[in-house]
Design a protein around this ligand. Structure first.
Ligand SMILES: O=P(O)(O)OC[C@H]1O[C@](O)(COP(=O)(O)O)[C@@H](O)[C@@H]1O
Length: 408
């Protein structure tokens, strides 16, 4: 029987019934300020504009156990004495953050080059994929396995949909959560030690679908609209390993302290500046761009936009790194062609940027209000400071329709 919580619609793109008009999550109540929160709020530099909202339970527990100058760890932050996100989610995060520590060690390993060489030779010999760019790197596959194993061990996940897999993997009938993940974004630059990242989104399992066949409920659970996210985050593997996460009330970043092996809260309540002075895009594609996008970039780099300063360009070509910098310094990170995926990349990052006071769109529509119809559906993606985003979107034609596929 159809649940009253869901209204199903058939779309021309899919044979599956899709849940739509799903109610927004109610954010958890705001917490009171604590003096340690005010102290920590200075640590995030100019990215942190708001005082930290840490419940005093967290900081008083820390004071007694680890000393007043300690920062809360991720697990202290989410646990009962802290933000109290619920036992199931704490268990899940315990496993997920462990997986990401393993991936951090993996991407920094001196033995990756050999692994990669052997894999490329095998890939070239047996692959039907059109370009070398499309061959998954061994580290993508290993990262995917690490995450899947952790999620299985957590006992808290019903289904995992990964950017690396064609279909979602059903893990357990009783798992309360659904995870969507891009295990290792940016890996194609990894031989040059460019930063990479893991992106994830967490939804509740839709109990209304429990009666459906496994493949169908796996698919539909994974196709939830971004406005139903319970939490989302990314892990940046760079000069520091940073997990940035939101549970729907602020966006917070925790940095891996290698001396203790713990992620500690370093960037509480991140607020993206309303306006930045940086745009981030692969501008070798300039001649494939539509007129509106060309004009916008031409205008802001001459300092003739709404903000009368010349903008700078920054583009690492690794989404998590480009996004993280944008969150901290402001501006826009964009990929105007249908390349990035709504489920694995656009939704989680839009959730994070919105909870940091920014905006995420496909150039026309707010990402989180969209209903994905296919797991690997791609779209143009624009994320960033509110004022920059509104100015860019006022140019109208900013989505790149010519998308020939590129070799590098
Ligand atoms: O080639 P483009 O359009 O600059 O795309 C670069 C983007 O592609 C990504 O590498 C992801 O693409 P893949 O999933 O194919 O690796 C992002 O990290 C990066 O932002």
């Amino acid at each position: 029987m159809e649940s009253p919580a869901l209204i199903f619609s058939q779309t021309p793109h899919s044979n599956h019934a899709l849940p739509s008009l799903i109610p927004h999550l109610v954010p958890p109540p705001r917490r009171s300020l604590h003096p340690v929160g005010r102290f920590l709020s200075t640590f995030g530099g100019h990215a942190t504009r708001r005082p930290l909202l840490i419940p005093s339970r967290v900081t008083s527990n820390m004071a007694s156990s680890t000393g007043v100058d300690s920062y809360p760890t991720l697990l202290e932050y989410v646990g009962k004495g802290g933000a109290d996100v619920g036992d199931d989610l704490v268990v899940l995060l315990t496993h997920l953050q462990y997986a990401c520590k393993r991936i951090a060690a993996l991407v920094a390993s001196p033995f990756n080059a050999k692994l990669d060489q052997r894999h490329q030779e095998r890939g070239r010999a047996g692959s039907s994929l059109s370009s070398e760019r499309d061959i998954p790197k061994p580290l993508d596959i290993i990262a995917n396995d690490i995450i899947l194993t952790s999620l299985k061990n957590s006992g808290k996940v019903a289904v995992m949909a990964s950017e690396e897999d064609d279909l979602p993997v059903w893990i357990s009938d009783n798992g309360p959560f659904v995870i969507v993940v891009d295990p290792l974004d940016g890996s194609r630059n990894i031989d040059a030690s460019i930063p990479t990242g893991t992106i994830f989104g967490i939804y509740n399992r839709l109990a209304e679908l429990d009666h459906l066949p496994v493949e169908e409920k796996a698919q539909l659970n994974s196709l939830q609209s971004g406005n139903r996210l319970v939490a989302a985050g990314y892990v940046l593997y760079s000069s520091a390993t940073i997990i940035c996460i939101s549970f729907g009330s602020g966006t917070h970043a925790f940095t891996l302290d290698h001396s203790t092996g713990e992620f500690v809260l370093t960037h509480p309540s991140i607020q993206i500046p309303r306006r930045g002075q940086i745009y981030s895009v692969n501008d070798a594609r300039y001649f494939d761009w539509p007129d509106g996008l060309r004009r916008y970039i031409d205008v802001v780099r001459q300092g003739k936009g709404q903000f009368p300063k010349k903008y700078s360009a920054r583009y690492i070509c690794s989404l998590v790194a480009d996004f993280h910098r944008t969150l901290i310094y402001g501006g826009i990170v964009m990929n105007p062609r249908d390349h990035l995926r709504i489920v694995y990349e656009a939704n989680p990052l839009s959730f994070l940027v919105e909870h940091a006071g920014g905006r995420g769109s496909d150039g026309k529509t707010r990402i989180l209000s969209m209903q994905p119809v296919e797991l690997h559906q791609r779209l143009p993606l624009f994320l960033g400071s509110v004022d920059d985003m509104l100015e860019l979107e006022s140019y109208d034609t900013i989505q790149q329709k010519i998308n020939p596929g590129y070799d590098v």
